[in-house]
Design a protein around this ligand. Structure first.
Ligand SMILES: Nc1ncnc2c1ncn2[C@@H]1O[C@H](COP(=O)(O)OP(=O)(O)OP(=O)(O)O)[C@@H](O)[C@H]1O
Length: 251
C-alpha cells in the first residue's frame, strides 16, 4: 500500500451533526478515512462516537451534513453503500436464542447468498473469527468474547471492504482483547477500518492515525506520535488535555 493522496476516501464524515432537541451529540464532524487505513476513533464516554458511527453507517439520519461510504451517500444510496460496509454496533444484533451456525445462515440468506457461495463465506468468517468450537451452542450461553466474535463474523459475512466497529474490545479480558487485535491487524491488510474506543492503549496497539472527539466535536485528527506530543510525550496527558482544556482546535 502506498502512502499517497491518490487513495480513495472510503469513509467520509462531511460536516455531520446530530441534535437531540437543543443538545448536540455530534457537531460539524468532518474527516475522511482513505482506502487501507486503520483509524482509531477515540473519545471519552458520551463524546459522540456511537452517534457519529450510526450516522456514517446510515443507521440514523444526520441533522446536518452527509455521510459517505465508498462514495455512496448513506441516506440516498444506502443499499449500495451497505454492500461495501460491515458494521459492528456497540451492542451487536445477536439473536440470543440462535446458534452461531443458524445466525450466520440466516444473515447469509438475507444478504442474498446461497449454495456454494454461502457455504464458502460462512466457512471464511468462521475461520477469521475462530468460531468453529461454538458453532452449535446457543449464543446466549457464550462468553462475552465469543459473542463479540459472532457479532464480528456477521459484519464480515458479505466480505465488505469497509469496517466500522463500535468498541470491538469493550468488556473483554486481556486474552480476548489480544485475539481481537490480532484479527483486526489481519483484516487491516485488505480493508479500511474505523474502530471506536475510549482506551488509549488500544490506539497505540492498533492504529497509526487517531481521530478524537469530545463533547460532539472533533478535537484531533493525526498520527499517534502527534497526539503524544500534545501531552508532552504522554498519551494519557494528551487525552486529558484534549478533553478538559479549551484546546479544541482540530489539527
Ligand atoms: N437518542 C438519543 N437521545 C438523546 N441523547 C442521546 C441519544 N443518543 C445519544 N445521546 C447522547 O449523545 C451523547 C453522545 O452519545 P454517544 O453514545 O454517541 O457517545 P459515545 O462516545 O459513543 O459514548 P460511549 O463510549 O459511552 O458509548 C451522550 O451524551 C448521549 O447521552
Amino acid at each position: 500500500m502506498t502512502e499517497t493522496d491518490e487513495r480513495r476516501p472510503m469513509i467520509e464524515a462531511l460536516g455531520l451533526s446530530k441534535f437531540y432537541g437543543p443538545f448536540a451529540a455530534a457537531r460539524d464532524v468532518q474527516f475522511s478515512v482513505l482506502q487501507g487505513e486503520l483509524v482509531a476513533f477515540l473519545g471519552p464516554n458520551g463524546a459522540g462516537k456511537s452517534t457519529t458511527m450510526k450516522m456514517l453507517t446510515g443507521y440514523i439520519a444526520p441533522s446536518e451534513g452527509e455521510a459517505r461510504i465508498a462514495g455512496c451517500n448513506m441516506m440516498t444510496q444506502r443499499i449500495e453503500g451497505s454492500r461495501h460496509l460491515g458494521y459492528l454496533p456497540e451492542s451487536g444484533p445477536l439473536y440470543m436464542e440462535m446458534t452461531p451456525s443458524g445466525m450466520l445462515d440466516f444473515f447469509a440468506e438475507a444478504r442474498g447468498l446461497s449454495g456454494p457461495a454461502k457455504r464458502d463465506r460462512i466457512e471464511a468468517v468462521v475461520e477469521i473469527c475462530d468460531l468453529s468450537s461454538v458453532m452449535y451452542k446457543s449464543i446466549s450461553k457464550l462468553s462475552k468474547g465469543f459473542k463479540q466474535r459472532v457479532g464480528m463474523s456477521q459484519a464480515l459475512l458479505h466480505d465488505p471492504d469497509v469496517l466500522i466497529l463500535d468498541e470491538p474490545t469493550a468488556g473483554l479480558d486481556p486474552n480476548q482483547i489480544r485475539g481481537v487485535r490480532k484479527t483486526m491487524r489481519k483484516l487491516a491488510e485488505t480493508k479500511t477500518i474505523l474502530l471506536s474506543t475510549h482506551i488509549l492503549q488500544e490506539v497505540e496497539a492498533m492504529a497509526n492515525r487517531v481521530i478524537m472527539i469530545n463533547e460532539g466535536r472533533l478535537v484531533y485528527d493525526g498520527d499517534v506520535d502527534g497526539l503524544r506530543v500534545r501531552g508532552d510525550n504522554d498519551l494519557d496527558e494528551a487525552f486529558y488535555k484534549l478533553t478538559h482544556s479549551d484546546d479544541h482546535a482540530a489539527t
